[in-house]
Design a protein around this ligand. Structure first.
Ligand code: G6P
Length: 368
């Protein structure tokens, strides 16, 4: 109920919600981590271990930011539980008359729990006998009532049209689900412990990123006047880049495109030049060298690079760098998205946009 919820001294709901993430992530984690067995407790899934082992695939559906968060989720499940997983926009899924398989676990993602395309996809799945879980923020919402079980985000109310804290909490909920599935499959106790401890670190690390708001504001002012921006990332960085581009375009109206960094040379490199800066999501993982090579290719074409990562690269490969705290490689995407929320927010303010209510958009789209 937005009536009981004000901006709490912040200039916009969006900045309040970005700044709330240390607490909202702590709420998503609360009571769900187990240090004795290095597992996650997710009783609401309504799946026992034997049923869990029977699923051979996970298909995640959602719209907008929920879909991009689902893409992070699919990577987490595939990486930690080694179950093939992917994400797809709920509307596309629904319209292509999907083959529903008994050994696929379906997961619907929605902040509001009321998005019509997602709800209709869930209903279609259920009609065909599919097992569907929900990752939902709004308790008792239409999608929450329709699914067979799931995880509530407990992120708290999100008022601003652009999703921020629900996005981050969705990624965290999928990390919990991936840990849970992983420990039923082949994730070792030691790796389980590594993930449990990494998850516990997130709230403080998010606070460190939120503290960089002023520095990110200066970068936003510098880049906001560009006619367009390219966002790139590889594997773990790619859904982060997609959500970063989505955030920028929806609230600042600056044209933004996201590409896998490896695909740049297959088309969009033609756009690169001083007028089209690139935001590069470059985690310190096994793809670091490949990503730095891409930055070199962008620089060689006169492109400007704003890098978001864990260290300042040598050789002036990036004109600007936002350094975020490092966690476990699997969990880093959760943190890398947060500076991009701040970048979009400050760009929208600099351009005097209607930050909390961008033109043409609604918080929840309950029509087809
Ligand atoms: C709308 C909003 C987006 C949101 C999407 C899905 O398009 O503008 O910010 O990501 O719906 O919403 P949901 O409530 O299902 O997560």
């Amino acid at each position: 109920d937005a009536g009981h919820y004000d901006t709490g001294g912040f200039e916009h709901y969006l900045l309040k919600e970005i700044s709330d993430q240390p607490e909202s992530v702590a709420r998503t984690l609360r009571g769900r981590l187990d240090d004795r067995f290095n597992i996650a407790h997710l009783g609401g899934l309504n799946l026992d271990a034997r049923e869990t082992r029977a699923f051979r695939r996970v298909k995640i559906i959602g719209c907008g930011s929920a879909y991009y968060a689902g893409q992070i989720g699919a990577q987490l499940i595939e990486e930690l539980a080694r179950i093939p997983a992917d994400a797809e926009p709920a509307s596309e899924f629904r319209y292509r008359s999907p083959v529903v398989e008994h050994d696929t676990l379906y997961v619907a993602v929605s902040q509001s729990g009321e998005t019509y395309d997602t709800l209709a996809a869930v209903q279609e799945l259920k009609r065909k006998g599919g097992r569907v879980l929900g990752v939902v923020n709004a308790v008792g919402s239409a999608i929450a009532r329709e699914v067979d079980g799931g995880v509530y985000l407990h992120a708290g109310p999100e008022v601003s049209v652009a999703s921020t804290k629900a996005f981050t909490s969705t990624a965290v909920a999928f990390a919990l689900m991936a840990l849970h599935f992983g420990r039923i499959h082949d994730l070792s106790p030691a790796d389980g412990r590594r993930i449990v401890q990494g998850l516990r670190k997130l709230p403080d690390q998010i606070q460190e990123i939120v503290k960089q708001s002023d520095a990110i504001e200066a970068l936003a002012r510098k880049y906001a006047t560009s006619p367009g921006m390219m966002f790139v990332g590889r594997v773990r960085g790619y859904p982060v880049a997609r959500e970063g581009a989505q955030k920028l375009k929806e609230i600042s109206y600056v044209h933004a495109e996201a590409y896998p960094a490896s695909e740049l040379k297959h088309g969009p490199l033609a756009l690169i030049g001083p007028e089209m800066p690139t935001v590069a999501v470059v985690p310190d993982d096994e793809l670091l060298d490949k990503n730095l090579t891409t930055l070199g290719e962008i620089r060689a074409r006169g492109g400007r690079v704003l890098m978001v990562g864990h260290r300042v690269p040598d050789g002036g490969l990036a004109e600007d760098v936002i350094v975020v705290p490092k966690n476990e490689v699997e969990l880093d995407p959760i943190l890398l998205g947060i500076p991009l929320q701040l970048l979009a927010y400050h760009a929208a303010v600099a351009l005097e946009r209607d930050v909390d209510k961008p033109r043409n958009l609604a918080k929840s789209v309950t029509v087809e």
